[in-house]
Design a protein around this ligand. Structure first.
Ligand code: F6P
Length: 197
């Protein structure tokens, strides 16, 4: 595949409150990130003259992509890990209400499935069509930007960087940073651009 870029959505109100899941709006800082994203991409696109933006169907990714003047595609498969009955709680609340689940997840984060939700293993399966599409993408001068979520981008990143399934749920994907991956015959070239908000 050719190069592609990815970034998490800008900081959301749930990020500020420490709540997981949900469908929150961007925070003021997250919005600032969204306004700075077009310039950052224009400066770093290199030889690519076309860009297609992939978002999830959640508001925070679409709001982050709102100022990008390139064609956009929404993928349901890019939605964040479904945290089921823990959706919209903080980690402290989860530990307090469901201590057994909390420690079970801690012991095997890749396989732990939230009740009524998903595990990282489920997520990896759901992302198969997205990864196939990235693998198939060979058009010259055409880059893809994925505006995604923490768990989703961990899975995509781990796939291209050959991380183990045990390491995958712990990969660090910071907010307000754009990563460019250029797959090579062996491994991947990686560039990172951070944005001050
Ligand atoms: O906190 C942001 C978030 O994207 C949540 O919506 C999601 O549940 C979580 O990160 C995934 O990270 P972890 O698997 O480390 O809890």
């Amino acid at each position: 595949p050719k190069s592609f870029f990815f970034t998490r959505h800008g900081e959301s109100m749930f990020n500020v409150q420490g709540k997981i899941g949900g469908d929150a709006n961007l925070s003021p800082q997250g919005h600032t990130f969204a306004t700075k994203l077009p310039e950052l991409l224009a400066a770093n696109l290199g030889p690519e003259t076309r860009l297609t933006v992939w978002t999830s169907t959640l508001k925070r990714t679409m709001q982050t992509a709102a100022y990008l003047a390139w064609p956009q595609l929404q993928w349901k498969q890019l939605d964040e890990l479904d945290s089921g009955f823990c959706d919209q709680l903080t980690y402290e609340e989860i530990e307090e209400k469901f201590p057994a689940d909390f420690s079970e997840r801690d012991q095997d984060k890749f396989n732990y499935r939230y009740h009524g939700g998903e595990s990282y293993r489920d997520l990896v399966q759901r992302l198969e069509p997205v990864i196939m599409e990235l693998e198939r993408h060979h058009e010259p001068n055409h880059a893809i930007l994925i505006v995604g979520h923490q768990a989703v981008l961990r899975a995509i990143y781990a796939y291209f960087l050959n991380y183990s399934l045990e390491e995958l749920p712990y990969v660090k994907i910071p907010l307000h940073a754009v990563v460019k991956l250029t797959p090579k015959a062996y491994g991947c070239m990686e560039e990172r651009y951070t944005v001050d908000v």
